[in-house]
Design a protein around this ligand. Structure first.
Ligand code: TYD
Ligand code: MG
Length: 453
């Protein structure tokens, strides 16, 4: 006898017995018994009916790498790992209004022009609205087939009849499966719609791209609940006020994760940015205290960004620590190391750190650039404008070389920098022709760069 299981249709929590109120989210009357996916009486366990034997193969099966279609939007192709793989399921997540529909309409047009039969299903906008957007983007002539629909059953039937090579579903939160008893946007709806669509993709050899809104208040289910079902997860990020948008691969079964594509939102849609470093540094003015250029690596390519710090006496008993584009915990660690190993306290001082251009950085190699920006702000002493900084700081105050040192230096040289501060060790190759300063610990770095700490 199979064990019964119950789950909450609002938050997705599962339970072994029914109750009126979900312990997970506190909602009433949302718990119901899970029905098995396969047809047949619920009480029968899978083992009681013989299935078919599945074919087993070994690991050395020789198969050609999947053929890929590139769309011509180079930044998108790059993030996909070199183009679109047939029968793959891709999730594109991002905040509402960030530009997902714009990106995917452009992608749909490009893929259609490249010869793929493409269907774009909008659950959020009427066809006329999408056509207006296409007109604005100059894509009216692309052979994309368009539908405005939210009923999943109708969509699947249509896809089965039309047999497209690419289907774009905008967005998964508006899809409504009539066999699931909860509102569109709830966890169970989103999960089952995504499951239906991804299995459809595999079975019929259609690539599907699902759009998912990231939600802060939890009113609708976020893309996280479907991340594990798809082959590729891309997040479209950026600050609303900025024109830069970054498409980041956080999972990719067919290519490197962590790869980024950089776009600029213009009046005529998204334009690709092939040289992000130049763009990120373009707003940089005269050298000023607290501003340091970090030579980072995003995926396979080097990207230079400006780190900005502001340190000011705090009127509060608990000084503020505000971070945009970097990890707050990591900032606390660097402040602690500066105090413990170099005797430079930040008590009584408010600290603000910002990564310019709306970029988000997660590399530990940014530690040294952050420390440099903090010290520069605190001492009110600007670093030379032609210097890049990178390296990881350990709790002991020692500096660790960053991976791909040579690539970082080369990119810096390409953009006109003449000097670099990077930890000793690590392959520098020719060093990109830069004047190198190579401290081995934080105290040495502080002494060298800011005189006596
Ligand atoms: P949209 O693609 O609708 O966002 P999402 O699907 O992620 O919710 O993008 C909406 C924003 O993009 C909107 O604020 C206007 C802006 N935009 C431009 O700046 N230029 C354009 O060419 C287009 C189509 C949109
Ligand atoms: Mg949209």
């Amino acid at each position: 006898m199979a064990k019964k299981s119950f789950s909450c249709s609002a938050c997705g929590a599962s339970f072994t017995k029914w109750s009126g109120r979900c312990e997970g989210c506190g909602d009433w009357n949302t718990i119901s018994q899970d029905k098995p996916l396969s047809a047949g009486p619920a009480s029968k366990s899978i083992g009681s009916k013989r299935g078919n034997t599945i074919e087993l193969t070994n690991l050395s099966t020789e198969e050609a790498p999947p053929p890929r279609t590139t769309c011509g939007l180079g930044e998108l192709d790059r993030v996909l790992g070199g183009g679109l793989v047939p029968a793959s399921a891709i999730l594109v997540g991002g905040d509402p209004g960030i530009g997902k529909s714009t990106l995917l309409l452009q992608a749909a047009a490009q893929f259609a022009n490249a010869g793929l039969k493409t269907i774009y299903v909008s659950g959020e906008e009427a066809s006329a609205q999408v056509r207006m957007r296409a007109k604005r983007l100059g894509l009216s002539d692309a052979p994309v087939q368009l539908a405005a629909e939210t009923n999943l059953r109708d969509i699947l039937t249509t896809l089965e009849a039309e047999k497209p090579q690419l289907a774009i579903i905008d967005s998964i939160q508006t899809m409504w499966a009539d066999n699931v008893e909860s509102a569109p946007g709830s966890v169970s709806q989103v999960r089952s719609a995504a499951h239906e669509l991804t299995t459809f993709a595999k079975r019929h050899g259609v690539s599907v791209i699902l759009v998912g809104h990231v939600t802060k208040d939890g009113q609708i289910a976020g893309p996280r609940v479907v991340e594990h079902m798809v082959d590729t997860v891309l997040y479209f990020e950026g600050e609303r006020g900025h024109q830069f948008r970054i498409l980041r691969a956080v999972k990719n079964r067919f290519g490197p994760a962590d790869e980024i594509g950089v776009f600029e939102m213009t009046g005529a849609g998204l334009a690709e940015v092939t040289n992000p470093s130049a763009l990120f540094l373009s707003e940089r003015g005269e050298p000023s205290p607290g501003s340091v250029v970090f030579a980072g690596i995003e995926g396979t390519r080097p990207v230079l960004v400006e780190m900005q710090a502001l340190v000011a006496p705090s009127p509060h008993s608990q000084p503020r620590r505000t971070v945009v584009g970097w990890d707050g915990g990591r900032l606390a660690m660097i402040l602690a190391v500066l105090e413990a190993r170099c005797g430079i306290p930040f008590t009584g001082l408010d600290v603000y750190l910002n990564v310019a251009g709306g970029m988000k950085i997660s590399e530990p190699a940014a530690d040294l650039a952050v420390a440099a920006a903090l010290l520069s702000a605190r001492e009110d002493a600007a670093l030379p404008a032609d210097t890049v900084v990178f390296g990881e700081i350990s709790l002991s105050g020692a500096l660790r070389p960053a991976p791909q040192t040579e690539n970082r230096l080369k990119e810096a040289q390409k953009l006109g920098f003449t000097a670099a501060i990077a930890p000793a060790g690590g392959k520098t190759g020719s060093g990109g022709g830069l004047k190198l300063s190579r401290p081995s610990d934080l105290t040495g770095f502080v002494g060298e760069t800011f005189g006596a700490g």
